[in-house]
Design a protein around this ligand. Structure first.
Ligand code: ATP
Length: 291
């Protein structure tokens, strides 16, 4: 038997970081949105007795260093499924280490796909719990849409959906490791990291005013954009090409623009490609889709 899924990338419409706690985890307040830049995941049963992962055309590891592989292992353990015989193939479209949650969405899709493949041994809630242990963004990628994420990234609450929007995404230049980006925030702000519990309260009560161009914010821009010249240049290009909002996603270096119409977004993607970026045209969308 064989099943496939579209695993969407995420962008952050708002992302603020508070100080680290004693275990080194930072509190965050983030508004996340899934977009139709997809990895395609295929799972299939076979006559072997283990998990085989392939990521054709990418340099990603295909063993338990891959989050999707770890998700499969965690699913089999939780479902007490022995000697499974599963092949997983990831057709990678989401750029890696970009702030777009590529690994998390692959892992979330694998959890949902395997549950469907094995006739639903686990509840939706159990799958979300397995996901959250593997990575903070995984439950969000599984459910998708627009959501508020708080705590240390572990508290998720849905928000009224953002109006459908055309999205252009650009990625170029050096990778940014998420851990290094947090270390840069600690160095720049030290104990002064702005805690914004009022934002969490405000967003959870009132939602996010998508039409107010002032609400969009990403604290990581202040440490990444000054040295990452490609990300900074693509953000400016998106703005000049007519984006209503242009900003960095997560810890970068991917940047995105929100556009009121598809044709302006398409023209922006053409310009981004001409200036050397890997650029993608997509739309706001829901979570992992099995087909
Ligand atoms: P983060 O969750 O840290 O914000 P990101 O969205 O910036 O991540 P990812 O594309 O998820 O970036 O990659 C982060 C790291 O995870 C990379 O170094 C990569 O080697 C590793 N990784 C493991 N499995 C995967 C996967 N299935 N897809 C992408 N990266 C993966």
């Amino acid at each position: 038997m064989k099943l496939c899924a579209h695993a969407p990338a995420k962008i952050n419409l708002f992302l603020d970081v508070g100080p680290a706690d004693l275990s080194g985890y930072h509190s965050i307040c983030s508004i996340m949105q899934t977009v139709s830049l997809y990895d395609t995941i295929t799972v299939e049963t076979n006559a072997q007795q283990d998990i085989t992962l392939r990521c054709p055309g990418s340099d990603l590891p295909c063993d338990n260093k891959n989050l999707a592989y770890r998700a499969a292992q965690a699913f089999l353990d939780a479902g007490n499924i022995k000697n499974p015989g599963i092949s997983i193939t990831i057709d990678k479209q989401i750029p890696v280490a970009s702030g777009l949650a590529g690994g998390s969405t692959d892992a979330g899709a694998v959890l949902l796909l395997l549950n469907a493949l094995f006739d639903m041994p686990l509840s939706g809630e159990a799958l979300l719990q397995i996901g959250s242990k593997l990575g903070a963004d995984i439950p969000f990628c599984m459910t998708g849409g627009t959501a508020l994420c708080s705590g240390i990234g572990d508290k998720l609450s849905p928000l009224p959906a953002m109006e459908p929007s055309a999205v252009a995404i650009a990625r170029g230049g050096a990778d940014v490791s998420t851990a290094a980006a947090y270390a840069m925030l600690d160095k720049k702000y030290g104990k002064q990291l702005p805690e914004r519990p009022h934002m969490w309260e405000k967003f959870s009560k009132e939602g996010f005013i998508y039409s107010s161009n002032n609400g969009y914010y990403n604290i990581f821009e202040s440490v990444i954009l000054p040295y990452h010249k490609e990300a900074a240049a693509y953000k400016t290009l998106l703005k000049n090409a007519g984006a209503r909002i242009a900003m960095m996603s997560g810890s970068g270096p991917a940047v995105f623009g929100l556009f009121d119409d598809d044709s302006t977004a398409k023209a922006a993607v053409t310009k981004l490609k001409q200036s050397g970026a890997n650029a993608y045209l997509c739309k706001t969308c829901g979570g992992v889709q099995i087909y």
